[in-house]
Design a protein around this ligand. Structure first.
Ligand SMILES: C[S@@+](CC[C@H](N)C(=O)[O-])C[C@H]1O[C@@H](n2cnc3c(N)ncnc32)[C@H](O)[C@@H]1O
Length: 196
């Protein structure tokens, strides 16, 4: 099901409703969550183990979880090299302009330890939508071990397609290896690892 609806000065094009189930992430040290404002899903999963960064102070201020929240842009991370064992980006790449993706991936690679992992969940558009000037919104139900989150993530469509393939190409060009890639209708999950 998809339909149009007006939102501020852009029309909204709704993708079908999707479901995602997440378990608590297994990691010994801190988890760096990129774009960790909004619902703050990773912070809800792993609590104070999570360092959530987002350039939007407003987004972080609205987020209710026990993560440590820091205003920071993923294309310029103020962490030393080899600091984290795990980083996450849940519906964040769709908010970052594609021309910044390589810089962001390079920064995450730098702050991960050898053997460190980077998990990405995002929207995957296989075909261009006839909706260039519309906001594409995905209604989403996320099942966590202790409850459900009903939300929706939207972005301005600029003919973005094949985000999964593009991210894999960029990530592997800087040394990441693909652990897992999984398409779930119009969502994808990608697990990358920094080689030891
Ligand atoms: C849909 S929200 C992410 C949802 C969030 N992960 C959650 O759990 O609900 C996308 C976020 O990406 C953030 N963002 C945009 N550009 C960014 C960048 N360069 N670095 C880090 N985060 C960025 C936005 O400010 C926004 O809060």
């Amino acid at each position: 099901m998809s339909h149009n609806h007006s939102h501020e000065d852009h029309e909204v094009y709704y993708l079908p409703h999707h479901n995602l189930e997440l378990a608590k992430l297994k990691c010994e040290g801190f988890i760096l969550d990129i774009g960790g404002g909004g619902e703050g899903v990773i912070g809800k999963l792993n609590g104070p183990q999570v360092i959530a960064i987002d350039p939007s102070k407003e987004e972080l201020a609205e987020t209710q979880n026990n993560a440590l929240k820091i205003v920071m842009d993923a294309s310029e991370l103020f962490f030393l090299d080899n600091s984290f064992e795990l980083s996450t980006a849940l519906f964040t790449f769709m908010y970052i302009p594609p021309e910044k993706h390589l810089k962001v991936l390079t920064e995450i690679y730098r702050v991960l330890r050898p053997g460190g992992r980077f998990f990405i969940w995002d929207v995957n558009q296989e075909e261009p939508l006839q909706a260039d000037e519309k906001i594409i919104a995905m209604p989403l139900e996320i099942a966590l071990p202790d409850g459900m989150i009903n939300t929706g993530y939207g972005f301005l469509n600029k003919k973005r397609t094949k985000q999964l393939e593009e991210l894999i190409q960029l990530a592997t060009s800087i040394g990441f290896e693909v652990m897992t890639q999984q398409k779930m209708e119009q969502l994808f999950y990608l697990a990358l690892v920094k080689a030891k």
